[in-house]
Structure formats: C-alpha cells, structure tokens
Design a protein around this ligand. Structure first.
Ligand SMILES: Cc1cc2nc3c(=O)[nH]c(=O)nc-3n(C[C@H](O)[C@H](O)[C@H](O)COP(=O)(O)O)c2cc1C
Length: 479
C-alpha cells in the first residue's frame, strides 16, 4: 500500500487538517487517521461507492454542485463585521449537523477572515467576486442562490441588511440574496447604536415583513471597549440550531382544512364604567392550544378575553371583554369542526351596571346584584344545526376535581373536558405549567362510561400539543 506524505497534499487540504487537528488537540497524522477511520466506519459499500474527497479547486475554477455527502446545503454569506470569526465556527457547527456549507465572503469580510480558512473548514471553494469569469460563465451567482436549501447571512452587517431591504445587487452577496428563491436566515451583528438607529430599525422591519428569518442579536459586550447592549451576533451553536430548524422537513399538518374555534382568558364584567369583576386566568393555555392547532394546519379562530399575550402567528384573534361579547363572537365564528372552550368565563355579571362611576355615599355600600351569565359551553354543545362535531370544555376546580368534571360533561353536553386543579397552591392560574385530566365520552352521556386520562405535570405548550394530537386522531377517525 502506498504511503501518504502530508507534505505533498494540496495546500487547502493541509490548511484544513492543521485547523481541525489543532481544534481537536491531535497531531496532523493522528487527525488523518481519525478522518480515515470515520470515513470507513459503517460504510461497507465504500470500495465501490466512496464519496468524492473534499474539493481542492482553486479560486477561479468552475462552480460545481455541492458534494453529495449531505442532503442539505447552506450558502453561508459572511459579512464584514468583527463577528466574522464566529462564522468559521458556524461552518463547523453546520457540518456537525451534516449540512454542507458553501461560503461567500463580502469584500469587507475578507478584512476579518480569509477565504482560505473558510474553504479549509467547509471543504468547498469560497466565492468572493460577482464578476468572476470562472463561475459567472453559467450565472454562478444565480446558482449559489438556488443550489442550496437555505441561505444564512452571518454576520449580517447593517450595510448588508440595508442592501437586502432595498433590493441592491452590486456585489456577489447582495446579488445572491436578491436572486434567492430559498429561505434566508440572517444573524445581525453590530454596535448597539447601529442596531438602534432608525434606518436599521426600518430595514429590520422590512426584512421581517419580507419573510426573512432572523436570529438575535444578543445582548452583551461589544468589541469596542466599554460598550455593551443589543448587537452581539448569536453564538454559532444557536445559529446552526436555527438553520437546522428551518431545514427540518415540514411537520405533518393533520388538521389541514379543519376549522378550530378556541376561547381563552378571563372575562371582565363591568360594575360601572371603570370597575369590573374578573378572575385570574392568564389565557396562556388557550393561546398555546391555538398555536398548536395552527401548527397542525387548522384554520384557527381564537376569541379571547382581556389578556396580556401576543396574538399567535397565523391565528385569527378576536378580543372581547364580557361573557356576552364572547358568546356573540363565538356564535358568529361558527361553523367549526372543533370548539375548545378554555376561557374562564365569569358565571355572573352585575345586573345593575352603573352608567356613571359609583360614588361613596353616607348611605353605605351600593348593593351589587348579580345575574347569571350565558353558559357558552352549554349553549354551543346543545346547538341543533351548527354544533361542532367535537366540543371540548375546561373545568377549573379547587375540589372534587374528577367528580365535578364528570358532572360538567353530563350537564353541559360537551364531548370532552380538560379538568385542572386551580387551587392557588399549585400556581396553575397565571403559571406556565398545568396538570390536567382528560375526560372523554364516546357519545354516551352516562357518567359511569366517561373515561379519565390523567396526564403528568407539563408545560402549557406540552398540554396543548398533546391535546391537539388527540384531537387530530379523533377528527381523522371520524372523517
Ligand atoms: C473594525 C471594524 C469592525 C466592524 N464591525 C462591524 C459590525 O460588527 N457590524 C456592522 O454592521 N459593520 C461593521 N463594520 C462596518 C462594515 O465593515 C462596513 O459597513 C462594510 O461596508 C460592510 O460591508 P459588507 O456588508 O459588504 O460586508 C466594521 C468596520 C470595521 C472597520
């Protein structure tokens, strides 16, 4: 067998070996042994079908397709910021995840990192020039924009983001970004004053509107002595994880084509123009269910009482105040395939709501007379024509949880109840975790035939995901 002399290897390969061996604390020879071992391990088909060795093409050679060793390819655009050195680590992090990387360096980026380092780490030729005859004979910049699954810009300088927002294409990086028909992830990195500048704020907003994914920037110390704030590029490991997330095959969307109606939050029942009766519901569980149903492909309408939560993306959110408002908006949102009533609707409202602010008088406290509110769960469960095929209520109890929840299914006529203990000691109301029991009946309204499934303590997002998975199974079975 011929012996291998490292000295005789191509410069790019040697540079790669030096970097990799230094990073792993091995000698170059040891590193070569490890690489060969990794290559051979678990690949009995190697003799006939080995993958090609890393590229040793010199700059200026023809742009070729990325190596077929991985199914996912990223074009990494490195901008001219001080954080460019972190992008070398990003190449390694992406490759650890079996993502092939092809690098493009802006002119300014080359002041911070060399094309040679990027090439050695990526095992690919690095691109720097829009007017490169070697790659532009077949519109290389278009191919760099399209022959990948994702474009990552890290660091995304203020300048690059401005060019993207305004559609410039006067260098290789901006031309690729303008010609792209692939998702783009940007990792901004700049001085906090640049980040907070009105022009950058406008550009960031525009990029978000254009559907550009963004990670960071993080808060922290700047390279400039004594400066700190928002502007540090996210760590390589975070950017690689975000890229992998975007590249992950789309999750199944079992509720596609289904309409899901959800209520959430408390209701506010006015006493007078400035005072109201309320409860401690935060709306977090209902909002989490709305987000999970939307992620499962459903067309979701969320009718919410007053809460401090942001609208979940892709969900139609209708904000209401009182139980009566909520009922009207729920009725107007029908028909639906599934209705989930997670709101903590006030049972009573004030009968004699004051038109003016009630005043203290010597006659003592004003008498507050309460009347019952409409029962939204029972009203919808008992509809004749527009009853959703699956109606789910929530039972928040502080005692006799299961017995009360069973009685509630029978009394209201819904199909399932999600019962949870909201005793203050458990911190469920307003908290991030929930311990629920799912009560289900199969048509039969007989209390003895209601099934109880007790779930472990979970985050409200996990409860939402479990519930939506169960709904999807049930909807699938019945359609
Ligand atoms: C030492 C130094 C550090 C810089 N760091 C950043 C930075 O972190 N973020 C940024 O947006 N611009 C930074 N700049 C300015 C950019 O290099 C400059 O705007 C350049 O035109 C960006 O080019 P590009 O967007 O094509 O890479 C820095 C400039 C210098 C001289």
């Amino acid at each position: 067998m011929a012996s291998l002399t490292i000295r005789k290897l191509d410069e790019t390969v040697k540079a790669y070996l030096r970097l990799r061996s230094a990073g792993n604390g091995r000698s170059v020879e040891e590193e070569v042994r490890v690489i060969l071992g990794e290559l051979i391990q678990g690949r009995p088909e190697l003799p006939g079908g080995a993958s090609p060795p890393p590229s040793t093409e010199a700059p200026g050679q023809t742009l070729r397709s990325v190596s077929p060793s991985s199914e996912r390819n990223v074009t990494l655009i490195i901008g001219g910021g001080i954080a460019a050195f972190k992008s070398l680590e990003l190449i390694r992090r992406l490759k650890e995840r079996h993502i092939d990387v092809r690098c493009v360096l802006t002119k300014a980026a080359q002041q911070f990192v060399t094309p040679l380092s990027a090439s050695a780490l990526s095992h690919e030729r690095v691109y720097t020039d829009l007017f490169d005859p070697g790659s532009e004979f077949d519109a290389g910049h278009i191919r760099l924009a399209r022959e990948c699954d994702l474009i990552v810009v890290a660091p995304a300088t203020a300048d690059l983001m401005a060019k993207m927002a305004h559609g410039h294409a006067d260098d290789l990086a901006s031309a690729i970004l303008l010609a792209a028909n692939r998702p783009i992830l940007v990792a901004p990195a700049m001085n906090p004053l640049m980040w907070n500048n009105a022009a950058t704020r406008r550009n960031v907003l525009q990029l978000r509107r254009d559907g550009i994914h963004m990670i960071g920037p993080n808060v922290g110390e700047m390279a400039e002595t004594g400066e700190a704030g928002v502007g540090r590029m996210s760590e390589a490991i975070e950017i690689a994880a975000a890229a992998a997330d975007i590249l992950r095959p789309p999750r199944p969307r079992p509720l596609t084509g289904k309409r899901v109606l959800i209520t959430a939050g408390p209701t506010h029942e006015a006493i007078d123009p400035v005072r109201y009766i309320a409860n401690r519901s935060s709306g977090k569980q209902g909002f989490a269910i709305a987000a999970a149903a939307q992620a499962a492909g459903a067309d979701v309408t969320l009718v919410s009482g007053p809460v401090e939560l942001r609208d979940p993306a892709g969900v139609t959110v209708i904000r209401v105040e009182s139980a009566r408002d909520m009922l009207h908006r729920v009725e107007a949102a029908l028909p639906a395939d599934v209705a989930i009533f997670a709101a903590a609707v006030a049972d009573w409202r004030v009968a004699n709501e004051g038109e003016q602010k009630l005043k203290k008088t010597s006659a003592g406290m004003p008498p507050l007379q309460l009347v019952e509110n409409p029962d939204i769960l029972a009203t919808i469960s008992k509809l004749k024509d527009k009853r959703p095929p699956l109606v789910i209520g929530f039972a928040a109890e502080t005692e006799h949880l299961i017995d009360n929840a069973k009685a509630k299914i029978a009394r209201k006529g819904c199909d399932w109840i999600v019962a949870n203990d909201v005793s203050p000691a458990l911190g469920v109301m307003g908290g991030d975790r929930n311990t629920v029991h799912l009560l289900t009946r199969d048509g039969d309204i007989n209390i003895d035939n209601i099934k109880v499934d007790s779930w472990p303590v979970m985050t409200k997002e996990q409860v939402a995901a479990e519930l939506v998975a169960k709904i999807a199974k049930t909807v699938e079975k019945s359609s």
